[in-house]
Design a protein around this ligand. Structure first.
Ligand code: SF4
Length: 206
């Protein structure tokens, strides 16, 4: 597991890397961002939110999740950056992996694709640290997310991936509370068409 040599603050579950007063937070959706953002603000870390999720399909679903992320950021007066939506390019990136199960090779590639873009955005903004709300989902592999984040860090000089299990420190429970408080749209599948078909197959067998 990746650890930081120097930490600014430490509690039982979450470590803030030295100098991380402003970070680029990749947001997969508003519900997954909510408790992380709240925790960061309470610990003097200012997040800039970057919404970059070209994996989401169809476009209508993408727009709903995007607007919810924007609404959340605006309610807190946070900077929110809209990433490109080029789903065809994302499909190219995962070509040959369409039949993989969730948590398989396609998901690793999907994380790597998104986090590379996040690292590039961090560099453009002059921010050293970036992290992702993907690491708050119990449905995703934390190991894959960490691997993808560290690959992105390596590929983009001057950036550092803040590898963190964002389910810890009571954030999983707080996420569920905030989901209700904000009345966020709560999606039923991960995002891409392959995860949607998987959900449909499960629904058909019930
Ligand atoms: S299931 Fe989710 S993480 Fe995996 S490829 Fe699809 S959108 Fe990406």
């Amino acid at each position: 597991m990746f650890t930081f040599a120097v930490v600014k603050k430490q509690n039982r579950d979450i470590e803030i890397p030295e100098g991380a007063v402003e970070v680029l937070l990749h947001a997969c959706c508003a519900p997954c961002s909510s408790a992380i953002v709240e925790w960061m603000l309470a610990h003097e870390v200012r997040p800039t939110i970057f919404y970059f999720n070209p994996n989401i399909w169809p476009r209508e679903e993408y727009e709903i999740r995007k607007e919810e992320s924007k609404r959340h950021a605006e309610s807190l007066g946070l900077r929110w950056i809209d990433g490109d939506y080029d789903h065809e390019r994302w499909l190219e990136a995962v070509r040959g992996l369409e039949g993989e199960p969730e948590r398989g090779g396609r998901c690793l590639q999907c994380f790597a694709y998104r986090l590379k873009a996040v690292a590039l955005q961090a560099k453009e903004l002059g921010l050293q640290y970036f992290t992702t709300t993907l690491a708050s989902s119990r449905w995703k592999s934390l190991e894959q997310i960490t691997e993808a984040g560290l690959q992105a860090q390596k590929a983009v000089e001057g950036t550092t991936f803040w590898a963190q299990n964002w389910r810890k420190g009571g954030l999983q429970e707080r996420r569920n509370q905030l989901l209700r408080e904000y009345a966020f749209y709560n999606q039923q599948y991960c995002g891409c068409e392959f995860s949607m078909r998987h959900l449909q197959k499960i629904t058909e067998t019930i």
